[in-house]
Write a protein of this length. Sequence first.
Length: 117
Amino acid sequence: QVQLVESGGGLVQAGGSLRLSCAASGSIVISIMGWYRQAPGKQRELVASITSRATTDYSDSVKGRFTISRDNAKNTVYLQMNSLKPEDTAVYYCNANVVGKDRGTYWGQGTQVTVSS
């Protein structure tokens, strides 16, 4: 069973930084990993994604402030969030597209990020 375990959320003032981590368990091969977020009353949205070859994509709202990276050997993805704004407040979810025998799309449990003004 593939599990994604997130860490690094918390409360920060506007302009501050946080780093999220997400580690996937098991001997698996992951094609794309990503971070999504969901604010109260809103739909879940893609924040950033990264392929196994480190090709990245960002939503316009976070470009220039957030950086996604991954360690393929550890099946871990990171999200460095700088210059945080109150509108970044949301539950952040890690996502992994696994190929091979455990093929499927997996989600983490979510970690709360709260940015105070």
